[in-house]
Design a protein. Structure first.
Length: 658
């Protein structure tokens, strides 16, 4: 990505000219602002496609990066609560939202212009690389459409650059059932798999490869397969009772491509298994030697280093990562945040409690050896190696390699500053992670961090296969068992997952883990432990909310509130502090009468979530802003628009779900 050229700069300028209307389908053709001779040779294709990488979370405004995206779930909490857990506060917007087509337009322009030229052998350059860049664009269109499916479910499928004709644009706004959109996504990914190089073109893993597309295909197929399974017989799936798509004539008589919803679920799970197995079988997991470096004489730990190295190209498990470069001025502050309070994002008690003991038993099981949670050091003792490695505790060493100039490093991990509301210094829950922490003090100089950012890890393929195969067959086959053993062995946990399953009490697990539920009902212990493995391995990597949605794992909060909690403040650790106040409108911590554990959103009594997080079923999908109905309607009559609103959301601005 460093090898940009003048064409790259020209493209950026042209795309900036288009930004003013990017929320609508009715945009001027890109050909009106782009020279006819553009996209005629290999370097131009490369420059265009590299710009699309900005769609990835690791590339767009990366601050605490993917390590903070899981905030506002049961895994992590930041300094303020999210209104999605306050029924009535999340409302239909008048304009804006995620109902936009700018990235889809950019992909379509490229594919509409380039694919015919490629098929006619009219593009100048290396044929393999030309195919690779076309494959990238198919991937990015699939990536953007998956974002739309996760946000809205049903969505228009637009493959062409449309003319500036209101009638054509209005017709193109018809929402296709999400099963059709997912099929479209998988077709694009199959094209990408066929065209992309086996490995990143320059060997750096900074650009997509075939295995990236395969991994993403398994993610998409698993998402849709489990969504259809757990939302079956609701308005959130095509042809379900109350499905709003049935109100539109263009969706009348809809049939699932596989014949019925159960056949479609099975087909999707098969797709997930096939794609994930191909990736998992080709990539081994990076070793964990069980060492947390605290001095220069300690051996380094590759598993730890993988999340904070400046060059991630040598890790077989890493399929795609973003390279940062201080010399080019492309840097970030992740090492600064990782050496303190994680930019105000902390682990929840539920997240920490979910990790097993090293002997494979849950912390509450008889004979587990759990030392309790009076101190953070106790919490880490004899635990799953991932918690032991990545959960910080006071007095640990954060810097091993000192810099010669001024910096923002925190050489020694301090006592968590839970009363400081500044996210750059405060700790929201008392529990913070070490993922992304660099021991190199130079990475904290004036925001000059150049550690890499992982986009795709092969371990997700292991986890996707385990879950998809169990959901498909109801059992753990030999391949899934092999993958599970490998993950647990790396985590330094007893590989006997059956012993874990036998010791699992779902009523206890359900107290801290939303993933213990689907549709408001506790799931079977085997499936739960597959989900637990996913939760623990992918901690703070940005996939939790996606998983909770597809599992339908928040229904229970419609009636029963959930309290976000952190570490055990009202025990011996309270002696760390001399400025704690509670029980007033200006309290800086939650009161011991409510819980022994710090409740970051229940301090003053004025918080809308003081009585806990709640849920509304409508929140599984986002509302569509009213402006999009009006622009495609007749006489401002929203009912005449081909667009329909998502289940339980009204077509009136500033209103909450029905």
């Amino acid at each position: 990505m460093k090898n940009t050229n003048k064409l790259h700069i020209v493209l950026v300028s042209l795309l900036m000219l288009m930004s003013c209307t990017e929320d609508y389908l009715d945009r001027p053709p890109l050909s009106s602002v782009t020279p006819e001779e553009y996209l005629q040779e290999e370097s131009q294709l490369a420059a265009y496609s590299v710009e699309m990488y900005g769609m990835l979370p690791s590339h767009a405004n990366w601050s605490f990066g993917t390590f903070g995206i899981d905030a506002d779930t049961d895994n992590m909490a930041d300094m303020s609560y999210n209104n999605r857990f306050v029924p009535g506060q999340w409302r239909v917007p008048q304009s804006g939202g995620n109902w936009s087509f700018s990235n889809i337009y950019r992909c379509n322009y490229f594919l509409n212009a380039v694919v015919p030229r490629w098929e006619n052998n009219e593009i100048i350059g290396n044929s393999a690389m030309i195919e690779h860049y076309i494959g990238e664009m198919y991937f990015f269109r699939a990536f953007e459409y998956f974002n739309k499916v996760m946000a809205f479910g049903d969505f228009p499928i637009v493959e062409e650059v449309l003319p500036d004709d209101l009638s054509i644009l209005t017709e193109a706004s018809q929402r296709m059932p999400q099963t059709e959109v997912v099929r479209f996504i998988l077709e694009d990914l199959d094209r990408a798999i066929e065209l992309l190089q086996t490995s990143s073109p320059d060997g750096s893993k900074n650009r997509l490869s075939r295995d990236c597309a395969l991994l993403f295909k398994s993610r998409v197929a698993l998402y849709e397969g489990t969504w259809l399974k757990y939302f079956q017989n609701t308005a959130f799936v095509p042809n379900g009772p109350g499905w709003p798509g049935a109100e539109k004539s263009y969706n009348q008589g809809y049939m699932y491509p596989s014949g019925d919803i159960n056949s479609e679920i099975n087909w999707l799970l098969d797709q997930a298994m096939e794609a994930s197995e191909e990736v998992a079988s080709a990539h081994s997991l990076i070793a964990n030697n069980g060492v947390l470096q605290q001095s220069l004489t300690d051996a380094n730990n590759q598993y730890f280093d993988m999340f904070s190295d400046v060059d991630m190209s040598g890790y077989d498990e890493v399929l795609l990562w973003r390279d940062y470069d201080r010399g080019l001025g492309v840097t970030h502050n992740v090492p600064v945040y990782a050496q303190l309070g994680n930019n105000g994002v902390g682990l929840t008690k539920g997240m920490v409690d979910s990790f097993l003991m090293s002997n494979g038993l849950p912390i509450y099981a008889s004979g587990s050896g759990y030392q309790g949670d009076d101190y953070i050091s106790d919490v880490r003792e004899n635990r799953d190696g991932r918690l032991w490695l990545f959960l910080k505790e006071p007095d640990q060493v954060n810097v091993l390699y000192e810099a010669s100039e001024g910096d923002h490093a925190t050489p020694i991990e301090p006592i968590p500053d839970i009363t400081n509301s500044n996210p750059e210094q405060g700790y929201s829950t008392g529990y913070t992670i070490r993922k992304g922490l660099s021991y190199d003090q130079a990475q904290t100089v004036n925001g000059g961090g150049a550690t890499g950012s992982i986009v795709f890890r092969a371990v997700e393929a292991y986890l996707n296969y385990m879950e998809a195969s169990y959901e498909r067959t109801g059992g753990i086959n030999g391949t899934a068992a092999q993958y599970w053993h490998a993950i647990r062995q790396r985590a330094m946990v007893n590989i006997d997952y059956q012993a874990t399953i036998s010791a699992t009490n779902m009523n206890i697990e359900g107290q801290g883990d939303w993933g213990a539920y689907s549709g408001g009902t506790l799931i079977a212990p085997t499936l739960y432990n597959i989900r637990r493995e996913r939760r623990n391995e992918l901690m703070a990597e940005g996939l939790r909310y996606m998983d909770l949605k597809r599992w339908r794992a928040m229904d229970q909060m419609v009636n029963d509130p959930y309290h976000i909690e952190g570490f055990k403040l009202w025990g011996p650790m309270q002696d760390w502090y001399d400025d704690l106040t509670y029980g007033t409108g200006t309290s800086n911590v939650s009161a011991p009468s409510t819980s022994e554990y710090l409740r970051p959103y229940e301090k003053t009594g004025n918080e809308l979530v003081y009585n806990g997080y709640r849920w509304n079923m409508a929140h599984y999908l986002e509302p569509i802003a009213i402006q999009h109905f009006l622009i495609t309607s007749e006489g401002n009559n929203v009912d005449s628009s081909p667009i329909y609103q998502n289940p339980n959301w009204p077509t009136t601005a500033n209103q909450g779900p029905q």
